[in-house]
Design a protein around this ligand. Structure first.
Ligand code: HEM
Length: 422
């Protein structure tokens, strides 16, 4: 089911004549090889997806990506898009929205629904509220690193994703929302299934039903026995007025849990890998830990957690970078590509922990800018500080060429990161 070859060659064709997007195994291992070619051809390009998923427009340059993310004519609500704009032929089997209502959340809503939903949780994620979580995040980090140290004693290789980068954000977001410890493994495994790209409709339904069923039961438990957690606060907001209906409540919990862990894993994993592949930068950061805050931004720019996500739909014709995108089209903004645009980030292919990376699009831009960014930044800052401090001899336990990336066009995530601690 793979269309195209991995070597993306300049086509010279007009941006509106679609080219096959080479989403084959090589693409996932090195998406930048494909993006760099598209980006130099032009800011916007129509592509055909493999697997019968239809066509979409990909935005690859920084300025145009930023403009697209802030453009109110580019909508997120796929239910509205399917009903009103999209041509069923064109979207092919691109699966949208059929999942027990789990997608009725802010990231697939437009104003005014988006504004209402986001306002319900905005306050929970301000820098000040998140800073209050610092001691708890530090304690979780220390405990996980103790465990990692024990497993990696005597030079045994350990999987940093499995024992640290995965569990840290999962534990933090579950504590914040009030998901009991015993349920977390189940939840994590359903999420792994539900975010996979190559699911059959049946598998997707089964996983969605398991998640929705679990969250409905959790909401009932919070109603019966309120806690101090964010989910209890949302249940009370739901019950106090008409600000949130039951489906939206479940979808909100799903989005926060999923977005809260699936991406932060890769901020840590991709960042550690980037440092191990660039010993001069690792050395620099160890020598000057005050650079860590800026380095986290550079990790998000250089090799961020998202690949080709951030799908939007044109509600009317939109001209972007001199290219006319008609109404009813799928537009994908590649944050990964935009963050490697030389026009905005000179020498973009180089990791530089002292670079001024602010303005990168790793957390998006505009009204959907990541609500969890302060939390992700804090987790990243603590994780890098403690890893560098505790493991001065940290090294890759495999040849760099053996490091595998997940085959996902949404997430840019490592499957495993085998390291040695001594
Ligand atoms: C939205 C990235 C961590 C919750 C987004 C978007 C991006 C992003 C790019 C916008 C997508 C778009 O415009 O289509 C990341 C990265 C993270 C991270 C790279 C980690 C390094 C988190 C965490 C949470 C979170 C820890 C915890 C709650 C959300 C939510 C939205 C969002 C709720 C939707 C916001 C809206 O629609 O207004 N994130 N995120 N994210 N993120 Fe994150």
């Amino acid at each position: 089911g793979v269309v195209g070859s991995s070597a993306a060659e300049p086509t010279g064709a007009s941006p509106a004549s679609s080219v096959p997007l080479p989403l084959d195994a090589d693409f996932f291992q090195d998406p930048e090889a494909v993006y760099s070619v598209l980006r130099e051809e032009g800011p916007v390009r129509k592509v055909v997806f493999p697997l019968g998923w239809g066509e979409a427009w990909i935005v690859t340059r920084y300025e145009e990506a930023r403009a697209a993310l802030a453009d109110p004519r580019l909508l997120k609500n796929d239910r509205v898009a399917v009903a009103q704009y999209l041509d069923p032929e064109q979207i092919g089997e691109f699966r949208l929205g059929e999942d027990e209502g789990l997608l009725v959340h802010m990231l697939s809503s437009d104003p005014p629904d988006h504004t209402r939903l986001r306002n319900l949780v905005n306050k929970a994620f301000t820098s000040r509220r998140v800073e209050a979580l610092r001691p708890r995040i530090e304690a979780i980090t220390e405990q996980l690193l103790d465990d990692m140290a024990a497993r990696g004693a005597n030079g045994e290789p350990v999987d940093l994703i499995d024992v640290f980068a995965g569990p840290l954000p999962m534990t933090v977001i579950c504590e914040l929302l009030g998901v009991p410890p015993n349920d977390r493994d189940d939840f994590r495994s359903w999420c792994t299934v539900v975010v996979a790209d190559d699911l059959t409709e049946d598998e997707e339904r089964t996983a969605s039903a398991a998640i929705a069923g679990y969250l409905r039961q959790l909401v009932a438990a919070k109603r019966a026995q309120p806690g101090e957690d964010l989910l209890t606060a949302l249940v009370q907001a739901r019950d106090d007025g008409d600000r949130l209906d039951e489906t939206e409540l479940i979808a909100m919990a799903f989005l926060l849990l999923l977005a809260g862990h699936e991406t932060t894993v890769s901020l840590i994993g991709n960042g550690v890998l980037a440092l191990l592949r660039n010993p001069d930068q690792l050395h620099r950061l160890r020598a000057e830990p005050s650079l860590i805050g800026g380095a986290v931004e550079e990790f998000l720019r250089y090799d961020g957690p998202l690949n080709l996500a951030t799908t939007r739909f044109t509600s009317e014709p939109v001209r972007l970078g001199g290219v006319e995108i008609p109404r009813g089209q799928i537009v994908m903004v590649s944050l990964a590509s935009a963050n490697h645009d030389q026009r905005r980030f000179p020498d973009a292919g180089r990791l530089d922990v002292t670079r001024r990376s602010s303005g990168h699009l790793g957390f998006g831009h505009g009204i959907h800018y990541c609500v969890g960014a302060p939390l992700a930044r804090l987790e990243g800052e603590i994780a890098f500080r403690r890893i560098l401090d505790r493991f001065p001899e940290l090294a890759l336990a495999v040849d760099p060429s053996e490091v595998r990336w997940r085959q996902s066009f949404v997430f840019h995530a490592l499957e495993h990161l085998p390291v040695r601690l001594s």
